[in-house]
Design a protein around this ligand. Structure first.
Ligand SMILES: Nc1ncnc2c1ncn2[C@@H]1O[C@H](COP(=O)(O)OP(=O)(O)OP(=O)(O)O)[C@@H](O)[C@H]1O
Length: 474
């Protein structure tokens, strides 16, 4: 059995409750006293309670305003709380709500030693469980290659693991990249991640959506213009390509770039020199171009909407970001990630997702991918009135859940593919141990990988996983 943890006992005065302190110490608890309010009148309990402590707070004789300040401080703390209250406290609505929303339990004054001991044990166990859970989440994220920082990408499935590996490989070289993927899958985030890990990381990262600007503006937006170049050009303007000098330029929706501008972009990619609109001089610019598209660029080339020479220039390396429905096992970890990210806006009593809402999210088709997931989680965090988010808070109607009925043959194929991917992930893509684990010969393993289009190593063309780095021009 584990030893009792530390308890931080907050009373109105710093003197604490000497007899309660003695009682708890006799039962093995380490007790430290704290006062709820500083001499300035502010309440900073959250700053005084350590990560491995349980907070025990005496809620007697506090005014509404004091309770409000105490509540704000308790919300900011990470420890579990137990309340101490007397009959008059329980008769007060504000005190009751604070206990319901923020405390794991409460004990009546005068304190019954067994009851408070039991509550503190419950809080300690929960605190240790929470620590274990966050350590295991951190470990899973590290193993999956997710990084911390502004551009954190989350995912623990083979599909995302493959994406992270591809990002690192692509970051190490300086060629142009074409990022494919449906809307909202994380193409821009992928571009930012490539930039952050590249030797250009100290330089600027600029993004421009080629589909969002009117045709007459996009030329000067990309290449800049000189003063007086056209009506309204009152000042010289540096274009996005030039502004990204020394860094990376991300061209989103490249398929929407008008044909005449495709010529200019191609010329720039070939010469690495550009001319501002209305300018006479050519300027050298050192920038890496990453482009993204949600349309099939090869088809756009066939249809005459995209220049083939530019397509090959941009498509030196390719990376495909998988649609969310292709890695549904990541939905829970992503939902929890965004829940934590927006935790500052949530009601204090909201603790997370119900099992049913997680199941509904797994079955939903996510046409808007991760962006839609973010919006639905934020909405649910506002709409939810209970402790756990329910399916209706997410606004996903059950009739919109697409259950794909599989034939037995399809179900077998899917199970076979999932088992292969999982064994490869567990064995870090070492084929022989993965084959041993699955109980098949190496020859059979290679045959099955070919059958399902699964790459033999993470760097290989991986249509089956949705990511690839195969050069278009070997
Ligand atoms: N794996 C992930 N982990 C964490 N956040 C993610 C992940 N994938 C996407 N996001 C977030 O989802 C949102 C949409 O991502 P992003 O803008 O990169 O998508 P996109 O594919 O470029 O979209 P569009 O095609 O509409 O331009 C962003 O807020 C991004 O940070």
């Amino acid at each position: 059995m584990e030893s009792p943890a530390s308890v931080r006992l907050f009373c109105r005065d710093s003197g604490g409750d000497a007899s309660l302190g003695d009682t708890l110490r006799q039962r093995g608890w380490q007790v430290r006293n704290g006062s709820i309010f500083e001499s300035s009148g502010s309440c900073c309990c959250h700053e005084h309670v350590a990560e491995n402590e349980v907070g025990l707070v005496a809620l007697d004789a506090l005014s509404s305003d004091e309770l409000r300040r105490l509540e704000a401080s308790m919300i900011k703390s990470r420890c579990p709380w137990v309340g101490l209250v007397d009959e008059s406290g329980l008769a007060d609505g504000d005190t009751r709500r604070l206990i319901i929303n923020l405390c794991l339990g409460y004990a009546m004054q005068p304190v019954d030693a067994d009851r408070i001991d039991g509550l503190l044990w419950m809080a300690t166990d929960l605190m240790r469980l929470q620590r274990r859970e966050s350590e295991s989440q951190q470990q899973a994220a590290t193993e999956a290659g997710a990084d911390s920082g502004e551009y954190e990408m989350v995912g623990t499935t083979p599909a995302m693991w493959q994406l992270f590996k591809t990002i690192r490989k692509i970051a190490a070289v300086d060629a142009s990249v074409c990022i494919h993927g449906e809307s909202g899958t994380g193409k821009e985030l992928t571009a930012q991640a490539i930039h952050e890990r590249s030797p250009r990381a100290a330089g600027p990262f600029h993004a421009i959506n080629c589909g969002a600007l009117p045709d007459n503006l996009i030329q000067s937006e990309l290449f800049g213009h000189e003063k007086g170049a056209f009506t309204g050009a009152g000042q010289r303007k540096i274009g996005r390509i030039e502004a990204a000098s020394g860094g990376t330029l991300f061209l989103d929706e490249i398929g929407d770039l008008p044909l005449e501008l495709q010529v200019n972009l191609l010329r720039f990619l070939e010469t690495r020199r550009l001319q501002r609109v209305g300018g006479l001089n050519e300027i050298s610019v050192d920038v890496r171009i990453l482009a993204a598209t949600h349309v099939d660029l090869a088809k756009a080339v066939d249809d005459g909407r995209f220049r083939e020479d530019l397509y090959h220039r941009l498509n030196v390396l390719q990376i495909t970001v998988p649609a969310l429905r292709e890695h549904p096992e990541d939905i829970e970890i992503l939902a929890n990630f965004f829940f934590k990210r927006f935790a500052g806006d949530k009601p204090a009593c909201l603790k997370g997702f119900s099992r049913e809402s997680l199941a509904v999210m797994q079955q939903y088709a996510w046409p808007g991918n991760v962006r839609e997931l973010i919006n639905r989680v934020r909405r649910a965090m506002v709409m939810c009135e209970g402790r756990l988010i329910q399916p209706e808070d997410l606004g996903i109607e059950r009739r919109r859940i697409h259950r794909h009925v599989l034939t037995l043959e399809q179900a077998r194929e899917r199970a076979e593919r999932d088992s292969l991917l999982a064994a490869l992930a567990r064995n870090k893509y070492r084929i022989h141990p993965a084959a041993d684990e699955l109980g098949v010969s190496r020859v059979t393993m290679y045959r099955l990988l070919n059958k399902h289009g699964i790459p033999r190593s993470p760097g290989e063309s991986a249509s089956g996983l949705g990511t690839s780095t195969s050069p278009a021009h070997p």
